[in-house]
Ligand binder design. Structure first.
Ligand code: FDA
Length: 314
């Protein structure tokens, strides 16, 4: 079908270095990339974060890693986070959690064939210790459904020493309502998103309306619970419905936050922040931006429209 054709073409392109070079050199397309990925160095990430914080927004930074096939790559990713956290601390941006970091456990070694989970946990622990020293927090991104149990197990381990570590739950998974109940406890931080991977019907809702109603049910569980909900979506209808749940639950403005991706609906981000609610921007940086953009589009054909629409709107 057309969706599979588009997906396969995008996946082929995501590995094509000639295309990457052309995109990188063309000034117009570089501007497009910069709209979603503000730079390649930790300095770029710090500069972009300072601007966002200056406008009253909060930030979570993701260092873009490729599929980690060797321990040396996992260790390099860990070092990149340690450097970043030092620079954020030196710039006075991390204290109070204004700028935190998001981690993909696969980039820290989770899927390595030998001792992957232990290597990943060790790396994540060292990043958490550095975040604590910088006065900020860490959130574990959620990847495809085959990793959900392992990621939640690592979350549990990390929270024994660092109770403020957060995780992402994906509303498209059938299991997520139950996971929300488990995690809607005091001190727990949960980012709720729709979910970005292509998942089988056995584990995930396929229809938009099913995913949307699951999102609202999950948001209600989190908002009526004892934890700190982080509501990640750009969807105006969901924002409107969840806003009324926020009010019904009597949530104080500092007891939850909205989250959106860097470059997507920036005017709406500013509107929410100006209205006195907390809004955190997810900011990816690093050299691996090409794979990031192409794979986000390939994972779900809807993501292609998602980025194209962002270019056409403010
Ligand atoms: P969706 O893409 O379904 O769009 C719904 C509606 O929103 C559209 O019909 C339109 O009205 C509006 N809209 C969307 N994009 C727009 C645009 N560019 N301009 C104008 N209007 C637009 N996923 C995952 O699997 N694991 C993870 O760890 C994370 N982490 C994460 C962090 C943060 C902070 C965010 C915001 C997202 C994630 N995601 C994620 C991605 C997430 O799962 C999802 O793929 C995207 O957020 C897209 O879903 P939306 O809820 O934004 O709505």
């Amino acid at each position: 079908d057309a969706g599979a054709l588009l997906r396969n073409s995008l996946l082929a392109l995501s590995r094509n270095t000639t295309v990457r070079d052309v995109i990188e050199r063309a000034p117009v397309s570089r501007d497009v990339v910069r709209r979603f990925v503000p730079g390649e160095s930790p300095r770029d990430a710090v500069t972009a974060s300072a601007e966002l914080v200056g406008s009253g927004r909060l930030v979570t930074i993701d260092f873009l890693g490729e599929d980690t096939l060797e321990q040396s790559q996992a260790d390099a990713t860990r070092e990149a986070y340690l450097v970043l956290l030092r620079e954020l601390g030196a710039a006075g941006l991390s204290d109070g959690g204004r700028v935190e970091v998001s981690l993909k456990l696969s980039a820290l070694g989770q899927a390595l064939p030998r001792d992957g989970e232990r290597i990943c946990l060790d790396n994540a622990r060292r990043i958490c210790a550095a975040a604590q020293e910088a006065g900020t927090t860490v959130t574990l991104d959620m990847e495809d459904h085959t990793t959900t149990d392992a990621t939640l197990a690592t979350l549990g381990e990390l929270r024994q020493d660092f109770p403020w570590v957060g995780a992402v739950l994906q509303a498209y998974l059938r299991r997520t309502e139950a996971d929300c109940r488990d995690l809607a406890t005091s001190g727990s931080r949960v980012r709720l998103c729709k979910g970005a991977y292509r998942e089988p019907e056995s584990v995930a809702f396929q229809e938009t309306v099913e995913v949307d109603t699951s999102y609202v049910r999950c948001a209600r569980i989190l908002l009526e619970g004892q934890g700190y909900p982080m509501l990640a979506t750009h969807d105006p209808q969901i924002i409107e419905v969840v806003q009324s749940v926020v009010e019904g639950a009597g949530r104080a403005p500092d007891s939850y936050e909205w989250q959106m991706l860097y470059g997507i609906r920036p005017l709406e981000q500013q509107r929410i922040a100006d209205a006195g609610q907390q809004l955190r921007v997810y900011l990816p940086y690093g050299q691996e931006w090409y794979g990031y953009l192409m794979r986000r589009m390939a994972e779900r054909p809807a993501n292609t429209m998602f980025f194209l629409r962002a270019l056409a709107t403010k």
